[in-house]
Each structure stands twice: as structure tokens, then as C-alpha cells.
Design a protein around this ligand. Structure first.
Ligand code: UT7
Length: 328
């Protein structure tokens, strides 16, 4: 059977930095609280760029690093909860057009912070089935656009950014396994209630601030730690890989305390664990590829590295992936 390999990684972080000290001037919070409860020190904000602009830049870098020609790409899939447009066109179509790609499959998926893991499962399946050979997957978010800057319980947590990867048919360094799951009964704990069909965009929706993301942080925290721990244990056991064989554990970057809890339960060392939440905050579907890119650019992620990914997010959705990095 044809195998799928992640052959390149790229990322883009907008240049404007919003520090915890800047946030102290906007809401009743402190650098001390944010650092202690989340590990976050700063995040990036896209002022004059849209989600597709962030995704385009990350995708261009991943494409260049893949060594492939634009014409080799046969699908573009973007995971985002902050698409450029409501319903259509998809952000993937916008990015494909910005890249100058012609005649490619392009669509978006919505799996919140687990988006990149869902993308990996899709790309792996499409390649293994023989349907496609080279797929550009992108996690891109302008979370600042759905942030209530008067709600301190959430606005300190998120940031903007994008990460992208090329997944290709290859004999070496395969994506070994991907597991994804969901529990729709908990959807209301992390939700953007408007402006879609249930609460259409109108004066009341806007006045009640339903166009912004809401989270029951403490409930999400507890469920995330337990679910992620189980999910990571399961994928390692299923593939008979002991945790010390993992070169890099690259978790979704929502909160340093969640990362530390899973890391400790799995007995991962600091050198195995990639942490970027302090500089980007939670960038939802972009956080894993941005962290992976960080590890790549600092020479921690190398050709053949055995990598474990995990994520948890709105829906609820969660998932994990095991792969050998196939990039140069
Ligand atoms: O990526 C998708 C998945 N998302 C996550 O995984 C996020 C999960 N949740 C979390 O990371 C944490 O629950 C938070 C960081 C959101 C909150 O931390 P917490 O330790 O769960 O705090 P809390 O919500 O229980 O609030 C504790 C206190 C409250 O005050 P009282 O009631 O104890 O007086 C809050 O009002 O902290 C207060 N608080 C703040 N204080 C200063 C809440 N937000 C802030 C803030 N600055 N920004």
C-alpha cells in the first residue's frame, strides 16, 4: 500500500506582538495571573491580514521546503474556525488562488484546536487510497477576530498564526497512525454562538456579544487533561511504542499546565517536549504546525524524528498522531 509522509513544514506568525502587560491596560488582569495559570507571555495579532493571508505565507514556506513544484500539489485542505468568509468561498480556495494553484481539490474543515490532527488523518487516507499524491494541509487562524476584548477569561489565551505541511506519497518516514474523536454533547462549553444559522447576525446577536468565542475554561481544562492523557496512552500502546522512544512530543499549545500534566503522566522529559505557548498563546488549529515549525527551525525536528502529536478543542474534538518526520 502507498504510504503517506509529512515531507515539509512551514509557519507564519504576524509581526504585531501583544504582551501580557499590554493586556493589563485592556482588561482587569495581570502578567502574573496569565503566566501562572497559562504559561503565556505574549501572542501575535494580525492587524491588516486575514486568515487566508496567514495560511498563504505558511503554505508557501511548506511548499518551498518540500522541493515540489506548485503543479505537483493536487489538494489543499485548510482547518480553521476563523474562515475569511461565512460559508463560501472556503479559505482553502482563497489560499490556493493566492498560491497560483490551478485545478486542485480545495476545501476547509472545522475541528477547532484539533484541526491539524484531523487534517493528517484526511491527508493520510487520501494518499493511501491513491486518490491524491501531494496534499497541502494548513491550520490558519485569526482568533483575534472572534475575541471579546472585554472578557478577561478568554481574551488573554488566544493568538493569531498559521502552520502548514505537505503530505506526500513516499516509501520512507510514514505517518504511522492517526486517531481522531469527538463528543458533541459538550459543545456548549467552548462555543461561538453567533453569527451563523442558530443566532443569525443581527442587532441583538451583536449587542449580546454572541459573535465572540465563549469558554467554560475550568471544565474544559479538566476534560482536556484526562482525555489527552488517555488518547496518548492509547496510541502509544496500540503501536507498541514506549514513551521514551518518542523523539518529540508536540502537543496543542493551549495552556502550559495542560501540557505539563500530560507530560508528567506520560513521563516525557523536557528535551522530548516542544512548548511554544509562551510566545504565541493558543492559535487553535495552527498551534501544532507552528510548534512543529519551531522545532524544525531550531534543529530539534530532523529527518526521521519520531513525533507524537496531541490536541483537544471545541466540539469537543480530540486526537493524536504518530509519525516519522520526512522533511529534509
Ligand atoms: O484550546 C482549546 C482548549 N482550551 C483549553 O484547553 C483551555 C482550558 N482552560 C484553561 O486553560 C484554564 O481553565 C484557564 C486558563 C482558562 C483558567 O484557569 P483556571 O485556573 O481554570 O481559572 P478559573 O477559570 O477557575 O478562574 C480562577 C479565578 C477566578 O476568580 P475567582 O472566582 O477565584 O475570584 C476568575 O475570575 O481567576 C479569575 N480570572 C482571572 N484573573 C485575572 C479569570 N481570568 C482571569 C484573568 N486575569 N485573565
Amino acid at each position: 500500500m502507498t504510504k503517506a509522509s509529512l515531507i515539509s513544514i512551514g509557519a507564519y506568525a504576524p509581526k504585531d506582538i501583544l504582551t501580557n502587560y499590554d493586556l493589563e491596560k485592556i482588561v482587569d488582569t495581570s502578567d502574573e495571573w496569565i503566566t501562572k495559570r497559562t504559561g503565556i507571555k505574549e501572542r501575535r495579532i494580525a492587524k491588516d491580514e486575514f486568515t487566508s493571508d496567514l495560511g498563504y505565507r505558511a503554505a508557501l514556506q511548506a511548499l518551498e521546503r518540500s522541493g515540489l513544484d506548485k503543479s505537483d500539489i493536487d489538494a489543499v485542505i485548510c482547518a480553521t474556525i476563523t474562515p475569511d468568509y461565512f460559508c463560501m468561498p472556503s479559505t482553502a480556495c482563497v489560499i490556493a488562488n493566492k498560491l497560483g494553484l490551478k485545478d486542485v481539490t480545495a476545501f476547509d474543515i472545522s475541528a477547532a484546536c484539533t484541526g491539524f490532527i484531523y487534517l493528517l488523518e484526511l491527508a493520510k487516507s487520501m494518499i493511501e487510497s491513491g486518490a491524491k499524491r501531494n496534499i497541502l494541509i494548513i491550520g490558519a487562524e485569526k482568533t483575534s477576530a472572534i475575541m471579546d476584548w472585554s472578557d478577561r477569561s478568554i481574551c488573554v489565551l488566544f493568538g493569531d498564526g498559521a502552520g502548514a505541511a505537505v503530505v506526500s506519497a513516499r516509501d520512507n518516514n510514514p505517518i504511522l497512525d492517526v486517531h481522531t474523536s469527538s463528543d458533541g454533547s459538550k459543545g456548549e462549553l467552548l462555543i461561538t454562538p453567533g453569527c451563523a444559522i442558530v443566532n443569525p447576525a443581527n442587532k441583538d446577536t451583536i449587542e449580546n456579544r454572541l459573535n465572540f468565542m465563549k469558554m467554560s475554561g475550568n471544565d474544559v481544562f479538566k476534560i482536556a487533561v484526562n482525555t489527552l492523557t488517555k488518547d496518548v496512552v492509547n496510541i502509544l500502546e496500540k503501536n507498541q511504542i514506549p514513551s521514551d522512544n518518542i523523539d518529540l512530543f508536540i502537543p496543542h499549545q493551549a495552556n502550559l499546565r495542560i501540557i505539563e500534566a500530560v507530560k508528567q503522566r506520560l513521563n516525557f522529559s523536557d528535551s522530548q517536549c516542544v512548548v511554544t505557548v509562551q510566545k504565541y498563546g493558543n492559535t487553535s488549529s495552527a498551534s501544532i504546525p507552528m510548534a512543529m515549525n519551531d522545532a524544525y527551525e531550531s534543529s530539534r525536528l530532523k529527518n526521521g524524528s519520531l513525533v507524537l502529536l496531541d490536541a483537544f478543542g471545541g466540539g469537543f474534538t480530540w486526537g493524536s498522531a504518530l509519525l516519522y518526520f520526512g522533511g529534509k
